[in-house]
Ligand binder design. Structure first.
Ligand code: T46
Length: 136
């Protein structure tokens, strides 16, 4: 599985850090929605779904967490532990987020509005769908 990591350029100076995220420049898609996940309790695992159309960029702007990516045939775990690396989560990738540090703030930039119908939340259904896609 190809892992799409984006190295974001730090534009800060002696006063401190600054990182810019612009539509279709640093981010390879149009941003329609931004949300962030924070104060996740110890031992909690979130996600457990894949998206049908949604593409997202995840950046750990504070602290660290791990992301499990699963394309139905391979699983990879990526640790996000800095504010200048973005991980693209493509469509039809099952993902789970875990090992959140207490100070973790996980920022998500998404190419569409929230739509519960875009979620595949059942793992068996996910496997069925991706194996059908791979056959076609
Ligand atoms: C994803 C991972 C990385 C909304 O009402 N609007 C929103 O834009 C979002 C993202 C969530 N919600 C509601 C739906 C649930 O009632 O907030 C609640 C928590 O969402 P969820 O259980 O889906 O959260 P995670 O952390 O499991 O997943 C989230 C995103 O939903 C998902 O798209 O890829 O983060």
């Amino acid at each position: 599985m190809h892992i799409d990591l984006i190295n974001l350029q730090r534009k800060g100076d002696e006063r401190g850090g600054l990182i810019v995220l612009e539509n279709s420049k640093e981010i390879p898609f149009e941003i329609k929605r931004v949300y962030y996940i924070f104060e996740t309790l110890p031992g909690i695992r979130r996600g457990f779904h894949a998206h049908i159309n949604l593409k997202q960029l995840l950046i750990c702007v504070s602290g660290s967490c791990k992301i499990l990516l699963d394309d139905g045939s391979e699983k990879r775990t990526i640790k996000l532990d800095n504010n200048h690396t973005g991980l693209i989560v493509h469509q039809y990738i099952w993902h789970e987020m875990f090992d959140f540090s207490q100070d973790c703030v996980l920022l998500a930039l998404a190419n569409d509005f929230y739509n519960e119908n875009d979620y595949i939340r059942n793992y068996n259904e996910f496997i069925k769908i991706v194996s059908q896609i791979n056959i076609l």
